[in-house]
Design a protein around this ligand. Sequence first.
Ligand SMILES: NC(=O)c1ccc[n+]([C@@H]2O[C@H](COP(=O)([O-])OP(=O)(O)OC[C@H]3O[C@@H](n4cnc5c(N)ncnc54)[C@H](O)[C@@H]3O)[C@@H](O)[C@H]2O)c1
Ligand SMILES: CCCCC=O
Length: 485
Amino acid sequence: MTHPAQPKASHFINGAYVEDTAGTPIPVIYAATGEQIATVYAATPAIVEQALSTAKAAQKAWAKMTGTERGRILRRAADIMRERNHELSVLETYDTGKPLQETLVADATSGADALEYFGGLAGSLTGEHIPMGEDWVYTVREALGLCVGIGAWNYPTQIACWKGAPALACGNSMVFKPSETTPLCALKVAEILHEAGLPAGLYNVIQGMGEVGAALVTDPRVDKVSLTGSVPTGKKVYAAAAAGMKHVTMELGGKSPLIIFDDADVENAVGGAINGNFYSSGQVCSNGTRVFVQKGIKEKFLARLAERTGAAVLGDPQDEATSFGPMVTENQMNIVLGYIEKGKEEGARLICGGKRADMPGFFVEPTVFADVTDDMTIAREEIFGPVMSVLDFDTEEEVIARANDTEFGLSAGVFTNDFSRAHRVIGQLEAGSCFINSYNDAPVEAPFGGVKASGVGRENSKEAIKHFSQVKSVYVRMGDVEAAF
Ligand SMILES: NC(=O)c1ccc[n+]([C@@H]2O[C@H](COP(=O)([O-])OP(=O)(O)OC[C@H]3O[C@@H](n4cnc5c(N)ncnc54)[C@H](O)[C@@H]3O)[C@@H](O)[C@H]2O)c1
Ligand SMILES: CCCCC=O
């Protein structure tokens, strides 16, 4: 019998599902059982062409509509997403393995927030009037044109909406390629947008691996590329986009510091460290995986952390009681287990976890290492799994230097009851998305993105509008034109 997660077809182009079984089959594996639940096919060159030409053709008429008209459609889509939250969350759980307890509150709901927020902003996208004596300049905020979105596998619904909603609000069209690991949810986003009244051709989803992404990025009709992925992929995609002088947004990886001073509330700091390491089984770009704890509270912090981590409920992700799911794939599980072995070999002290969980599926126990030093592999490389490194520190000055000693710069957090210190420290951390006495909040109203190797540009908030539009400036002369001859 066909699994309920099997989509009607692999691609969504020009307002309808489209199939082409000539493409490479992509199996969709449910991470909690290892069973194949669906199959999609990678886009053939004919499918890529169909998606790009339809998106190119549809964009101009969309940009001519008023922002209020465009926004109304996005807000209607947000309402539909919220009405279908349960069904979409179940699908997100099949796509990623993340527990339903999380997907019910963090995925379609976050996507709906983006559609609602950018739908609301669409009517307010105006230029300015700049007086020049008798003359004046006016500016117009215009769409970029045809945008490509490429997604990672940890938040398939959210990424499809975080890119699609601002792009459409500004009058662009989009071809979105989800990660080949989680191809299901973006198709539902496309379906819902069209049900809400989006004209055909404006939001298209095609499947495929890196080659399909590369074909999209290098196409001369494409004006902008927004990628969520790893730093190595980001470097390739950025270079390819630069060759065509295209706009880019790069939401990439991290190895973010979470700094806990000894005056912090220990329970809140432990909660922040759990949210910053074990949510989505650690598969979150902004995770604070280098937890610097001031020596005075180190043992108290570790004891409570081990106790609370022991309360994680590993199990069937579709059961709402489960609070911790599997890695997205067997490969990702093996990568994470490899890092855990490396941590042990390099002399870190294992506090809890440290192995594959004894159950079906790709589960790795939530793992904490203490006595981690800056040079250890687990403290330097992005693991993208539930492995927390706890490092000791003595002084504020020392911890700031060590926190910044990384190629990455996505996020950073500070826990302290001294607010002067909190702002002073955050002010010196090289990171794009920061937290004080909290971790991993990502509301649509706040800009999200990194500095250094972690990215270029910002998603969410009014900042995202700048990255999906451009400004035309028009000089208006009221008098005669003076010329040299
Ligand atoms: N900053 C953020 O907002 C954010 C959010 C989620 C995940 N991430 C990062 O994503 C990574 C995990 O996701 P992943 O393993 O799917 O990343 P990945 O880099 O392997 O793949 C990302 C996407 O890029 C595509 N791709 C690969 N090669 C390409 C090429 N040459 N041209 C065009 N597209 C290409 C893939 O098919 C996939 O859709 C982690 O590093 C994580 O930190 C970042
Ligand atoms: C907390 C925001 C998650 C986006 C990156 O993985």
